[in-house]
Design a protein around this ligand. Sequence first.
Ligand code: NAD
Length: 432
Amino acid sequence: MKIAVIGTGYVGLVAGACLAENGNDVICVDKDAAKVRALQRGRIPIYEPGLEELVRRNRGERRLTFTTDLAKGVRSSQIVFIAVGTPTGEDGSADLRHVLEVARQIGKSMNGYKVIVDKSTVPVGTSEKVRDVVKKETSHPFSVVSNPEFLKQGAAIEDFMKPDRVVIGAEDQRAGEIMKELYAPFTRTGAPIMMMDCASAELCKYAANAMLATRISFMNEVANVCELVGADVDHVRRAVASDRRIGAAFLFPGVGYGGSCFPKDVKAMMKFASAKNYEFEILQAVETVNERQKVRLFGKMKQHFGSLRGKRIAIWGLAFKPKTDDMREAPAVPLISALLDAGASVAAYDPEALKVARAIFSNRVDFKEKSYDALSSADALAIVTEWHEFREPDWTRIKKLLKNPVVFDGRNIYNPDQLRGLGFTYYSMGRR
Ligand code: NAD
């Protein structure tokens, strides 16, 4: 099939590359000329495992091309995906500016029937808005489809190639059939293609993200209570997770959720519910708990040191989760800001997010290219992102490098007994 993907970010680039991998001709469009130039030269502007290889292969086969020319992309395609950002607007709702601008440009560029697919996460009613905007610009026939994306950064290719399910909101049969055909190769192992109306499809994505964020905030609260009553959240988590009605995923306490999706989608869902005079109170609490949790590690540091003025804290992990370079809403950002405000200095290391982190903090943080280099003369080590390479470190070397053998583990990746046995003062989340 001939496909255009408008917006070549984490979702658009992965979707474009995966669709090309299955034999489609895909033209990826972005208004960011520097990004497009880089992609045309085979350079991937983001870190996502396996993506570079996938893009290289499909570029080589000429099934995947990149352009800033949206009209060219639309004219040469039957299916046009909208995969641009929907950031939080000033009032907390999803800002649809980019989606509707792209819809307008698609309308202007039409040269025949198109299926216009909204892949961006958008509130209920957006497909109608897109339809109205396109209709104003063209007399060519078209269908609007809602196809929310459920991929996880860090495992995006696997998720796109082998989705748990594909959700398609389509109001007409022709578009529904085209979408089913497009996704058939991705669902050969039996994952369902769920056909529904656009409103339900649009809501699915928010409901899924809000549920996951709720699980995280819930377990963070359980961990906080564990600390107060002298219980161990690891035992509690395992027991709770073994209940088949609950399951094990997303029950790990930590330093709060971040990323480009959970925070904004929780906010947007509250907002569109309240626009209908419904206060989504659970989500309000989910957000409040998360904000509190993001500075909880800082609270532990303050309690340990008294004053943080003049202290040097080494941080391992800056991205909002492992296997990505994304620092949007990353818990490392408020933690580092709080440390700097308190008069501490920060040395930080992340395997992939250093470039992004430098753009945020510039020379206010001493960024290191190697993990152990961040430890020299630091008063403590803090784990903020649970990258694999942090899991089995050389504790003798760490003890030698640190000024004080103190570890603040925001992700519970170490064994408290082992660390104490090695002579470390060890803090984690919700454990004895
Ligand atoms: P992103 O910021 O990484 O990428 C968006 C891209 O769109 C950018 O490259 C930007 O330059 C481009 N763009 C904006 N306006 C444009 C225009 N008028 N013409 C052409 N290009 C334009 O965003 P993302 O993380 O890929 O997210 C995109 C959407 O997918 C959002 O709605 C998000 O909520 C949703 N989503 C994201 C994820 C995720 O893990 N990142 C997962 C599922 C769904």
